[in-house]
Design a protein around this ligand. Structure first.
Ligand SMILES: C[S@@+](CC[C@H](N)C(=O)[O-])C[C@H]1O[C@@H](n2cnc3c(N)ncnc32)[C@H](O)[C@@H]1O
Ligand code: SF4
Ligand code: SF4
Length: 398
């Protein structure tokens, strides 16, 4: 499958690309001043020590967290529309409400909170307080990596499953009470859990009744980032990638089966279809060791660690620290630009950075309209790509 550059009309030998390399570079230059989303590590403290955690080396070392003032400064400077609070465990901060208020008053429209859901009562109380006090959409993402035995083993705590399940049940009623509330469950796919993903997805649909997404576990080093720039290690060594070709084929069938069960009705079909497509794409990235869709890191998206380090993505070494320089100076520094140079050659399966590029809003909207059966789609290239996509999904090529 080929595509055509939306700017200079050159033919590109890769599907899903909207711009050729030259136009991508020019667009990057324009976009780097336009940060849309920041991944902000709220703390390096955690109440669990999960076997797969990519952040394990920094967890619970000397306490690190940005002050409210520093967070306010960053938001004022960068004006992102979305901020995702992760860590460590964000619920361990006692000023989460204050942080969310600051984000909200400074124009952040989407606040994401990644949590292990271990603190049931605190999570319920803090999330409700936040919802009462901010206009922004608040999306609480809870980690659930398997059914009880598996999740507890991965999370190394015998109460991990029970607590996160309880938290999802406590939060779910907020969906009816607060229009700005969203929630979901996230599963990191790894050797320990891939065979029970289907059962887990059934449990989530029947018992938790909230959306569910997958992310592939990172590898020790498979990102193609040159050593000089690489923020190794990406994973605990014993949890390195397991995705052999055979397992990926098996996994593809599992995802297909989940997609078919969940994708009932037009809206859900499209939602599940784009998820399925994303998982297949992530596996293709792994298999081909190649960036297949353009990644948003370093332009529309960036990372800030609790000690103030700024990075273009989690796989790349930080390029500066806000305790020494302003965020914007770091973002526009020659160190940052040097890393941007290699960004066409690296690859990874980081959902946050990669998934946004698979189907942008426009394509999603057109997909909806196309499927709904009516409206004229002006852009011929996009129509063809959408049609290819629907064929592929509809044909269930596996
Ligand atoms: C680092 S945690 C921080 C938030 C919170 N403590 C939690 O566990 O949800 C953010 C997300 O990264 C995921 N994660 C941890 N280690 C990972 C790895 N090696 N590969 C991919 N995702 C990973 C977690 O499962 C969680 O969904
Ligand atoms: S709860 Fe989150 S941050 Fe803590 S160890 Fe587990 S994955 Fe890592
Ligand atoms: S593809 Fe993007 S997120 Fe992944 S390593 Fe490269 S720059 Fe980072």
């Amino acid at each position: 499958m080929k595509s055509i550059c939306g700017e200079c009309k050159e033919i590109i030998n890769e599907p899903f690309r909207t711009l050729c390399d030259k136009c991508t570079k020019e667009a990057k230059e324009k976009r780097k001043g336009n940060i849309k989303t920041l991944l902000l590590y709220a703390t390096n403290k955690c109440n669990l020590s999960c076997s797969h955690c990519f952040y394990h080396k920094d967890l619970n070392t000397e306490m690190q967290q940005l002050s409210i003032k520093q967070i306010e400064q960053i938001v004022k400077e960068t004006k992102p529309k979305g901020i995702t609070l992760c860590g460590g465990e964000p619920m361990l901060r006692n000023d989460l409400l204050e942080i969310c208020k600051i984000l909200d008053t400074n124009g952040v429209e989407r606040i994401g909170i990644m949590t292990n859901g271990f603190l049931v009562n605190k999570t319920k109380k803090v999330v409700e307080e936040i919802l009462k006090n901010v206009k922004a959409t608040v999306n609480v993402n809870m980690s659930l990596d398997g059914l009880e035995k598996t999740h507890n083993k991965i999370r190394r705590n015998k109460l991990a499953f029970k607590t996160v399940v309880e938290t999802t049940k406590e939060l779910r009623p907020f969906l009816n009470k607060y229009p700005n509330f969203q929630t979901c469950v996230r599963t990191v796919v790894m050797k320990e859990n891939y065979r029970e993903l289907e059962k887990l997805s059934e449990f989530i649909d029947e018992e938790l009744k909230i959306p569910h997404f997958f992310e592939l576990i990172r590898g020790i080093d498979y990102s193609g980032v040159p050593e000089k720039f690489s923020n190794l290690p990406y994973n605990p060594e014993e949890m390195d990638l397991f995705l052999t070709d055979n397992i990926m084929e098996e996994l593809k069938k599992i995802f297909w089966s989940i997609f078919k069960r969940r994708g009932v009705g037009v809206k859900e079909y499209l939602r599940q279809a784009s998820q399925y497509k994303l998982y297949i794409l992530l596996m293709d990235i792994l298999r081909n060791k190649k960036q297949i869709v353009k990644c948003t890191a370093g332009e529309g998206a960036g990372v800030i660690y609790p000690n103030g380090d700024v990075a273009l993505c989690e796989y790349l070494k930080p390029v500066g620290n806000i305790n020494n320089k302003s965020f914007n100076k770091i973002w526009n520094s020659k160190e940052a630009d040097e890393q941007r140079e290699i960004m066409n050659d690296c690859y990874c399966t980081h959902g946050c950075f990669v998934s946004g590029c698979v189907f942008d809003k426009k394509i999603k909207g057109k997909l909806n309209r196309l499927k709904a059966g009516g409206m004229l789609i002006k852009n011929q290239q996009k129509t063809e790509r959408i049609a290819d996509f629907l064929d592929e999904i509809g044909g269930g090529k596996q």
